[in-house]
Design a protein around this ligand. Structure first.
Ligand code: FAD
Length: 549
C-alpha cells in the first residue's frame, strides 16, 4: 500500500476530483488505482478566503513497486509518496494467561481510571494478566451527578468531580483526540481503534483534529470498563491509594494501602493518578519516591462568540460543514521573557468549574460533539518556571497553584463563582463592574472584578502584551466584550516522576509512573499512548522478559 501526504484540494471538491488528484500525483490511470481510503483529512486556512482540504491517502495500485520507483525517479526530493507504514499493534507477550494461572501469581495494580490507567488495564487484561484497577472516584454516571452539583448548586465533592472518577480528568471535556507527541510506533492509532470499538465515531480515525465531546466520552469509558472486565480485569471504585508498601531493604514495591486501611499485595503497580492527585503526590514524596519539579503554565479562560472566531479563521467559508466550528492556536513570546499561548481550545463549548479542592476555583473547557454552543473558549496561559516563580521542589508547584486558585475563589465571592473581566477592562487596567455582549458560560456563575489580583504580575503583563497581538492574527480576539475567567492552573502536572528504560521509577522498583500526573502525557490521546507503553513494560516485567530498545 502507498501513502500520499499533503494532497490539497479546494473545500468544495467532488469525490471524483479526489480520485483524479491521486491518479495525477502517481501518474497512473484510474484502472491502475485499485482502491484508496482517506487516512487523514485536515484543512489549510492560512488563506482564509481560499480554505483547502489537505489529505493523507492510503491506496493500492497495480505494480506498486514500479509506480513508486517511477515517482521517486521523477521527484527525487519529494517525500509525499511512500510505502504505508505498518500501524498494527502486537502485544509483547502471548503467554500472560499461563503466567497468571501459576500459584502465587500477584496481579498488577493500576491506580487511576483515566485514559492512561484504563488503556493500561485494557492491554494488560487482553494479555491475560488480570489487572486490578483502583479508582478513588465513582463510576462515571454517579460522578456526573457530583460534577453537575458543583456547576448547578455550588457543591463540590472532593473525591468525585471534574478531575476524579471513572474516565479521569478529560471525561467532561471537548474530547479532543490529537496530540503532538512523537509516536513512531503508531500507538495513538491503537488508542483510537479502541475508542471506536467503544463507541466513538469512525471519523476520529481520519480527521486531523478529531473530537468526541462529553456525552460520547461518558459512554465510551463505560464500554471500555465492560471490555476490561470481560477480559479478566477488575475495577474497584471509591478506593483511594493512600500508601505504598515498600520492601525496607530494596524499596521494591510489595503492595498498596487504601484509605480504608485495606492492604493489597502486588509487585507491579502502575501509578496513573493524573495531575490533580495532590495528596497522592505528597504521600509519594513522604515515601521517598524520586520526583522533580516540572514547569507548567497558568492563566485564564477567554471566551468569544464562536461566530467571531469562525469569520476570522475561515472568512466566507465560515459555517462550512466540513470545517465545523473554527479552532485556533496562538503563541506569543512576550518581552518579559514569558511565553503566552492558547491552551485546550474548545470551539462551541463552555467554560467549566474544574476544582477538586474545597475553597478553590479552577477553570477549564468542555463541549459536546456538536460544538454548537454560542461561545468559543480557550485557556490563555503563561509559562512558569520552577526555581524562579516558586522553589525548585517537587511539591512547590502545587503550593503555587493552590495560592492562585484560592485567590480566584475569594475574588469570585467565596461561593465557587469565578472571577471574570471584560478584555477591554483588563487591557485598560480597570476592574469590570458588569459584562457586555459576550455572556460567560461558566457555571455556577461569575463575578465581574479585577483578574489581575488572581494572577502573578508577570502573567498579567505578558497577557496584556499578547492579547492585542493575537487580535492582529485573529480579528476580534481582543474585542472589548470578550470575557476572561480565572484561574486556569491545571494545564499539566507541576512535577515529574522519572522512570527508566523499563518504565519503572528510578528508585522504587515495581512502581510504573505513567500518564499526565507523572509528566509523560498531556492530553487524552497521549495519556492513552502512555497507557499502552506502560502495559507493555509491566507485561515484560511480570513475565521476566526485557524491554527491547
Ligand atoms: P487522569 O485523567 O487525571 O486520571 C487520573 C485518575 O486517577 C483520576 O480518575 C483520579 O480520580 C485517579 N486517582 C488519583 N489519585 C488516586 C489515588 N490515590 N488512588 C486511586 N485513584 C486515584 N485532553 C485532551 O486531550 N483533549 C481535551 O479536549 C481535554 N479537555 C479537558 C477538559 C477538562 C475539563 C480537563 C480537566 C482536562 C482536559 N484534558 C483534555 C486533559 C486530559 O483530560 C488529561 O490530559 C488526561 O485525562 C490525563 O490522563 P491520565 O490518565 O494521565 O490522568
Amino acid at each position: 500500500m502507498l501513502r500520499l501526504t499533503e494532497l490539497q484540494l479546494p473545500l468544495d471538491h467532488s469525490p471524483e476530483e479526489l480520485e483524479e488528484a491521486i491518479c495525477q500525483k502517481l501518474s497512473v490511470s484510474s484502472e491502475e488505482l485499485e482502491e484508496f481510503s482517506v487516512f487523514r483529512r485536515g484543512h489549510d486556512a492560512r488563506r482564509r478566503h481560499a480554505v483547502r482540504l489537505v489529505y493523507t491517502i492510503d491506496c493500492t495500485v497495480k505494480d506498486e513497486a514500479g509506480v513508486l520507483a517511477r515517482y521517486k525517479a521523477a521527484h527525487p526530493r519529494d517525500t509525499h509518496v511512500a510505502v504505508s507504514p505498518d500501524m498494527s499493534w502486537t502485544p509483547p507477550v502471548s503467554d500472560g494467561a499461563v503466567c497468571a494461572s501459576k500459584p502465587g501469581y500477584r496481579r498488577p495494580i493500576v491506580i487511576g481510571a483515566g485514559p492512561c490507567g484504563f488503556m493500561a488495564a485494557l492491554m494488560l487484561a487482553r494479555m491475560g494478566l488480570r489487572p486490578l484497577l483502583l479508582e478513588r472516584g465513582k463510576i462515571v454516571r454517579e460522578r456526573t451527578v457530583d460534577t453537575f452539583a458543583l456547576w448547578r448548586r455550588s457543591v463540590l465533592t472532593p473525591e468525585s468531580n471534574v478531575q476524579f472518577g471513572e474516565g479521569g480528568a478529560g471525561t467532561f471535556s471537548d474530547g479532543k483526540l490529537y496530540s503532538q507527541v512523537r509516536d513512531p510506533r503508531f500507538l495513538g492509532r491503537q488508542v483510537l481503534r479502541e475508542f471506536v470499538k467503544a463507541g466513538a465515531p469512525e471519523e476520529i480515525l481520519y480527521l486531523a483534529h478529531p473530537h468526541i465531546g462529553t456525552f460520547r466520552l461518558v459512554s465510551m469509558v463505560e464500554h471500555i470498563r465492560a471490555e476490561i472486565e470481560a477480559a479478566g480485569g477488575e475495577y474497584r471504585f471509591g478506593c483511594r491509594v493512600d500508601a505504598l508498601d515498600l520492601d525496607p531493604a530494596t524499596r521494591a514495591i510489595r503492595g498498596v494501602t487504601l484509605a480504608s486501611g485495606e492492604i493489597i499485595e502486588s509487585d507491579h503497580v502502575v501509578l496513573a493518578v493524573g495531575h490533580s492527585a495532590r495528596d497522592t503526590f505528597a504521600m509519594l514524596a513522604e515515601s521517598g519516591v524520586e520526583m522533580k519539579a516540572k514547569s507548567f503554565s497558568m492563566g485564564v479562560r477567554i471566551e468569544h462568540p464562536q461566530s467571531v472566531i469562525d469569520t476570522a479563521r475561515f472568512g466566507s467559508s465560515a459555517g462550512h460543514e466540513l470545517l465545523g466550528a473554527a479552532e485556533y492556536r496562538l503563541v506569543h513570546h512576550a518581552s518579559n521573557g514569558r511565553g503566552v499561548y492558547s491552551f485546550c481550545m474548545c470551539p462551541g463549548g463552555t467554560v467549566v468549574a474544574a476544582a477538586s479542592e474545597e475553597g478553590h476555583v479552577v477553570t477549564n473547557g468542555m463541549s459536546q460533539y456538536s460544538r454548537a454552543e454560542r461561545n468559543a473558549n480557550s485557556g490563555m496561559v503563561v509559562d512558569l518556571r520552577p526555581g524562579e516563580d516558586y522553589p525548585d521542589d517537587p511539591l512547590a508547584g502545587i503550593a503555587f497553584q493552590r495560592h492562585w486558585e484560592r485567590q480566584a475563589f475569594l475574588a469570585g465571592g467565596g461561593d465557587y463563582k469565578a472571577p471574570a473581566q471584560r478584555v477591554g477592562d483588563f487591557l485598560a487596567g480597570r476592574p469590570s463592574v458588569s459584562l457586555g455582549t459576550v455572556v460567560p458560560s461558566y457555571k455556577p456563575g461569575v463575578t465581574p472584578t479585577d483578574l489581575s489580583k488572581c494572577l502573578p504580575a508577570f502573567a498579567v503583563e505578558a497577557l496584556r502584551e499578547a492579547l492585542p497581538l493575537f487580535d492582529r492574527k485573529l480579528k476580534g480576539f481582543a474585542m472589548e466584550d470578550a470575557v476572561m475567567t480565572g484561574v486556569e492552573t491545571r494545564t499539566s502536572s507541576p512535577l515529574r516522576i522519572p522512570r527508566g528504560e523499563d518504565c519503572q521509577s528510578l528508585n522504587t522498583p515495581g512502581l510504573f509512573p505513567a500518564g499526565e500526573g507523572a509528566g509523560y502525557a498531556g492530553g487524552i490521546l497521549s495519556a492513552g499512548i502512555d497507557g499502552i507503553r506502560i502495559a507493555e513494560a509491566v507485561a515484560l516485567a511480570i513475565t521476566g522478559r526485557r524491554v527491547e530498545g
